[in-house]
Ligand binder design. Structure first.
Ligand SMILES: Nc1ncnc2c1ncn2[C@@H]1O[C@H](COP(=O)(O)OP(=O)(O)O)[C@@H](O)[C@H]1O
Ligand SMILES: O=C(CO)[C@@H](O)[C@H](O)[C@H](O)[C@H](O)COP(=O)(O)O
Length: 435
C-alpha cells in the first residue's frame, strides 16, 4: 500500500480526502438500497466532483471481497484524493507552468496543476502509481476491471491542459515540461459506456453496463435543464450559474485566466457557460463556525444548527441593509488573491440580521459580478432553476436570488447529479442496449 507523503510548506492549504472512506460511504449507500431493486439495475451512471485527482496502481487499485452480505470492492494501492478545493498551487506557481493549448485556463485544485505541484514538491510520491483519474473515474475503472481508466472530456477539461476541440491532452506541451503523461487517462465520449461490471456488485448483476463518469456539474444540469432557455443556479458548498450555449458555439481557443466565465464541455460537443464561484454556502458555514467559536471563547455553547436558524430568522426580519460584504473568503479562480471585505459599516447596521442579510446579498452580488444577469437574457434565458442545499435551506438567500435575477426562479424537485447520471444512461444508451 502506498500513500502520498508531502513535507508541507506552511503557505499552502492542501485539501485531501481519504479514498477508503469515500468508497466505504459508497458501499453504505448501496447496502441501504433494497436488494430486490438492485437486482433489476440495467445500467450504472456515475458522476462526481470535477477537477480532483487521485492515483492508483494498475491491477492493484482494489480488492474484491465476497465476504459479508454482498460482493464489494475496497481500495488498495491508492493515494489520497486531492480535491477541487485544494489550495496548494499559488498564483506564482501557476504562473510558472506552461501555457495550455486549451480554451480553459488552469487553477489550483485542477488535476494537472496538482500533478505539476507533486512533480516539483514530492516527486517520490508519484513513483508509487502508474495511473490517475478523478475519484469517479476510479470507481468506473474498478467496477469494470479496466487496466487504464477512461475519462470523459467533461472531467478531462476540468483538469486543464485538455483541448476540447481536438479531444486530446496537450501531450507535447506537457511532455516538454517533464509532466508524467503516462498518468493521463484515455478519453471517451460522455454518455458512452465505459465497460461492464466485471463481477456482481452488491445485488447488481455481473455484466451490467457502466457509463463513462460525468462531471457533477454537467450531470446536475442534465437532471433539470428542460429547455435551452433555462439557466441553472446551484448554491451548496460553492456556487455555479450555468447557461447552455447554442450548438455550434466554439469558445476562443486561448485561455484567459482573468475571465470569470468558463465554457465547460457538455454533451454532443456543445458547451455550458459557467460562472463557478468558490464562495457559496461555505461562506455562511465559515460565519457560523466563527460565531460558534466566539461563543465558546466567551464560555457559551451553541449548536451550529441553532445559529443557522437564528441568523436566517433575524435576516428574514431585516429586509434591507446598507452593510456591504464582498464574501470572497476563498478568492475566486479568476481572482485568487482577492479576499473578502466589509464596507459601509455603520453602528446601526451591526445586528445579526444586518450581517446575515449582507452576507447572503454579497454571495449573489459576487456571482452577478462574475456573470451579469442581463447577459443571461442576451443568451435567451427565460427562467432560472434554483438548486442546492444552501439555497433550499435558506429563505433569505432565496429572497436575494429573487431580488437580483430579472427572471422567475423555480426550484426543481430532482436537481441532482446522481439523477442526471442515471438519466444519461437511460436516455442516451437506450438504443445501444436495445440493439
Ligand atoms: N442547518 C442549516 N440551515 C441552513 N443552511 C445550512 C444548514 N447547515 C448547512 N447549511 C448550508 O448548506 C451548505 C451546504 O451544505 P452541505 O449540504 O453539507 O454541502 P454540499 O451540498 O455541498 O455537499 C453549507 O455550506 C451551509 O451554507
Ligand atoms: O468546481 C466545480 C465547477 O468548476 C464543480 O462543479 C465541482 O465539480 C464541485 O463539485 C463543486 O464545486 C462542488 O459542489 P458542491 O459541493 O458545492 O455541491
Amino acid at each position: 500500500m502506498a500513500f502520498l507523503v508531502f513535507s508541507c510548506p506552511s503557505c499552502w492549504t492542501g485539501q485531501e480526502q481519504d479514498v477508503r472512506r469515500i468508497i466505504q460511504a459508497l458501499n453504505e449507500c448501496l447496502a441501504a438500497l433494497p436488494r430486490q431493486q438492485l437486482r433489476k439495475v440495467c445500467s450504472i451512471g456515475v458522476s462526481g466532483q470535477m477537477h480532483g485527482v487521485m492515483f492508483w496502481k494498475t491491477g492493484q487499485g482494489c480488492e474484491w471481497t465476497e465476504g459479508g452480505a454482498a460482493p464489494v470492492f475496497e481500495p488498495r494501492a491508492v493515494s489520497q484524493l486531492v480535491t477541487w478545493q485544494d489550495g496548494r498551487c499559488s498564483s506564482k506557481f501557476l504562473a510558472s507552468l506552461p501555457q495550455p493549448e486549451s480554451h480553459l485556463s488552469v487553477a489550483t485544485g485542477f488535476g494537472c496543476a496538482t500533478i505539476f505541484w507533486l512533480l516539483k514538491n514530492s516527486p517520490e510520491s508519484l513513483k508509487s502509481y502508474d495511473v490517475a483519474g478523478t475519484i469517479h473515474d476510479y470507481v468506473v475503472a474498478m467496477l469494470c476491471g479496466l487496466t487504464r481508466p477512461l475519462m470523459s472530456d467533461q472531467n478531462a477539461a476540468s483538469w486543464g491542459y485538455f483541448n476540447t476541440r481536438r479531444q486530446s491532452w496537450n501531450l507535447e506541451i506537457l511532455r516538454a515540461a517533464g509532466f508524467p503523461v503516462h498518468l493521463l487517462p484515455d478519453i471517451a465520449e460522455p454518455g458512452s459506456v465505459a465497460g461492464r461490471t466485471s463481477r456482481a456488485w452488491f445485488e447488481i448483476p455481473k455484466g451490467t453496463p457502466v457509463g463513462v463518469a460525468l462531471g457533477d456539474l454537467q450531470a446536475s444540469v442534465y437532471s433539470c435543464m428542460a429547455q435551452r432557455t433555462d439557466a441553472v443556479l446551484n448554491i451548496s458548498t460553492s456556487v455555479q450559474l450555468v447557461a447552455s450555449m447554442p450548438s455550434g458555439f466554439q469558445p476562443a481557443q486561448t485561455p484567459d485566466p482573468t475571465a470569470p466565465v468558463a465554457y465547460f464541455p457538455y454533451f454532443d460537443r456543445t458547451y455550458l457557460a459557467v460562472a463557478a464561484s468558490l464562495n457559496g454556502g461555505n461562506v455562511l458555514a465559515t460565519f457560523v463556525r466563527m460565531l460558534v467559536q466566539w461563543m465558546a471563547d466567551l464560555g457559551l455553547e451553541v449548536e451550529e444548527s441553532t445559529v443557522y436558524s437564528c441568523m436566517i430568522q433575524a435576516a428574514a426580519q431585516q429586509r434591507d441593509t446598507c452593510l456591504t460584504i464582498t464574501p470572497t473568503v476563498l478568492g475566486e479562480r479568476h481572482l485568487p488573491d482577492q479576499l473578502a471585505s466589509v464596507t459601509r459599516i455603520s453602528s446601526s447596521d451591526l445586528s445579526l440580521g444586518h450581517v446575515t442579510r449582507a452576507l447572503c446579498r454579497g454571495i449573489i452580488q459576487n456571482l452577478h459580478s462574475m456573470l451579469p444577469f442581463q447577459q443571461l437574457r442576451e443568451w435567451g434565458v427565460e427562467r432560472v432553476i434554483g438548486s442546492g442545499s444552501a439555497l433550499s435551506r435558506n429563505e433569505v438567500l432565496k429572497q436575494e436570488v429573487q431580488r437580483a435575477f430579472p427572471f422567475p426562479v423555480s426550484y426543481g424537485q430532482d436537481v441532482d447529479a446522481a439523477v442526471g447520471a442515471a438519466l444519461v444512461m437511460l436516455q442516451r444508451n437506450f438504443n445501444q442496449q436495445e440493439s
